[in-house]
Design a protein around this ligand. Structure first.
Ligand code: NAD
Length: 368
C-alpha cells in the first residue's frame, strides 16, 4: 500500500500561531509511514526547520490549493472567505455545523468541488467525547489574562494588548511579575472546574502562587442551588468555564452588582465559555467579545463603585501556541494514525456521516 500523504497548511487568521501538527506529531506520523508535507509559515510558533529536521517535506506557503487532489489538507482554523470550490479532503475546525453566520456558503464550496470536511470539533471517541480539544489551555490562558487585568486595575490602569507567549514559563513569570512577585492573597472562583477549561484555570492560579484555599472550585454540585451567587462577588477574579447546554439561572447580574455597591470584592470576570450572544448567557453583564488588542470591557457598576471588567476572548489558547498545539496534536495523533482506515474507523466514519448530513442541509438552504 502506498504511503498516506497529509499536508499541513498555514493558518491565515491574524495572531494564530498554533498548528494542527507539531514537529513531534509529524515525526510520529512519518515513523508510521505517512508522507508529511508542511507549508512554510513564519507565523507558526514552530520553525520550518523543526519540521524539516524530522523529515517532513517543506512546501511553498499557502500552496495547498495546488496540491494533488488525493492529498488531505490539515489545518486548524477556518479558511479565508471565498467561493472557490474545494476539491480536497480538509481536516480542520470549520465552524459551519451550528448554523453560524455564513455556514451554508462554506459547505457549498465542498459541494462545488466534491471535497470532504472532517471537522475537528466533531471527532469523537466511542464514548462520544471529543478526541482533541483546546480547553485546558483556554482556561489556563484565560486565568492568566484575568490575573493581568486584576493587576492592572489595582494600579488604576486598564490591561493593554496581549501577545502570545513563547511558552508557559514565560506566561507565568509575566503574570507573577505584574502581581508584584506572586498571586498570594488573590482569591479566585472557577465555575466548571472539573472540565478541560476549568482544570486549566485552576492550574494557572496554583502556578502563580494563589493559596489552595483561595481557589474556589465549583462545578454542577455547587451551582445546583441556582444563582445569582453572592460568592462570586466575594472573590477578586471569577472565571466561567462551563459548557452551557441548557438554560440555567444567571450566575451574576447587574442588579446584584449594583446592590453590592462598594461592598464588592470582584474586579475581573473571565468568561472563557464566551456564550456572549447566547440568550441564556449566565453572565448577562456584557455583550461583546473582547480581543487581544482590547482584552477587557468595563461593566456599568454605578457611580463611585469599584471598577469591574470582563474578558471574553474566544481564542484564548492562541496565547500559549506551543503548549496548546503540542497537547492538541498529541491527543489527535491516535485518530490520525487511523486515517488510512477511514472507511471503517468509527471516529472518521461518524465525522464523514455528519459532514454528509450538514452538506445536504446546506445544499437545501442554498437552493443548489
Ligand atoms: N474562550 C476560548 O478561547 C475557548 C476555548 C476552548 C473552549 N471554550 C469554551 O469553554 C467551554 C467549556 O469547554 P470545556 O472543553 O472545558 O468543556 P468540558 O465539557 O470539558 O467542561 C465543562 C464543565 O462545566 C461543567 N458545567 C456545565 N454546566 C454547569 C453548571 N450549570 N454549573 C456548574 N458547572 C457546570 C461540567 O460539569 C464540566 O465539568 C465551552 O463552551 C467551550 O466552547 C472557550
Amino acid at each position: 500500500m502506498s504511503a498516506q500523504p497529509l499536508w499541513l497548511r498555514c493558518e491565515k487568521k491574524e495572531f494564530e500561531r498554533r498548528a494542527a501538527l507539531t514537529p513531534t506529531t509529524a515525526k510520529k506520523l512519518l515513523d508510521a509511514g505517512f508522507d508529511i508535507y508542511v507549508e512554510r509559515d513564519e507565523q507558526r510558533i514552530f520553525d520550518d526547520s523543526e519540521y524539516e529536521a524530522v523529515g517532513a517535506k517543506l512546501v511553498e506557503h499557502n500552496s495547498w490549493p495546488k496540491a494533488a487532489a488525493n492529498i488531505p489538507i490539515i489545518g486548524l482554523k477556518e479558511l479565508p472567505v471565498s467561493d472557490a470550490p474545494l476539491i480536497h479532503t480538509h481536516i480542520q475546525f470549520a465552524h459551519c455545523y451550528k448554523r453560524q453566520a455564513g455556514w451554508s456558503s462554506v459547505l457549498a464550496r465542498f459541494n462545488k468541488g466534491g471535497g470532504t470536511l472532517y471537522d475537528l470539533e466533531f471527532l469523537q471517541d466511542a464514548n462520544g467525547r471529543r478526541v482533541a480539544a483546546f480547553g485546558y489551555h483556554a482556561g489556563f490562558a484565560g486565568a492568566a489574562a484575568g490575573a493581568l487585568a486584576y493587576a492592572a486595575q489595582k494600579k488604576g490602569d486598564t490591561l493593554g494588548q496581549l501577545h502570545p507567549y513563547a511558552n508557559e514559563e514565560a506566561m507565568i513569570t509575566a503574570v507573577k511579575e505584574a502581581l508584584g512577585g506572586s498571586g498570594k492573597g488573590v482569591k479566585a472562583l472557577v465555575i466548571g472546574a472539573l472540565g478541560r477549561c476549568g482544570r486549566g484555570a485552576v492550574d494557572l492560579f496554583k502556578k502563580i502562587g494563589l493559596d489552595e484555599d483561595d481557589i474556589l472550585k465549583w462545578d454542577m454540585a455547587e451551582t445546583a442551588k441556582g444563582g445569582p451567587f453572592q460568592e462570586i462577588l466575594d472573590v477578586d477574579i471569577f472565571v466561567n468555564c462551563i459548557y452551557l447546554n441548557t438554560p440555567i439561572p444567571h450566575f451574576l447580574d447587574k442588579k446584584q452588582i449594583n446592590a453590592a455597591g462598594k461592598n464588592r470584592r470582584l474586579s475581573v470576570v473571565v468568561d472563557v465559555s464566551c456564550d456572549t450572544t447566547n440568550p441564556h448567557n449566565p453572565i448577562p453583564i456584557y455583550n461583546i467579545n473582547t480581543t487581544f488588542s482590547h482584552p477587557t470591557v468595563p461593566v456599568d457598576v454605578g457611580p463611585g463603585n469599584p471598577p469591574l471588567s470582563v474578558i471574553s476572548i474566544d481564542h484564548l489558547p492562541t496565547l500559549l501556541p506551543r503548549e496548546a498545539s503540542e497537547q492538541f496534536s498529541s491527543d489527535l495523533l491516535p485518530s490520525l494514525l487511523e486515517f488510512p482506515n477511514r472507511q471503517t474507523a468509527p471516529v472518521w466514519l461518524n465525522a464523514e456521516k455528519l459532514f454528509r448530513q450538514k452538506l445536504a442541509e446546506a445544499v437545501e438552504a442554498e437552493g443548489l
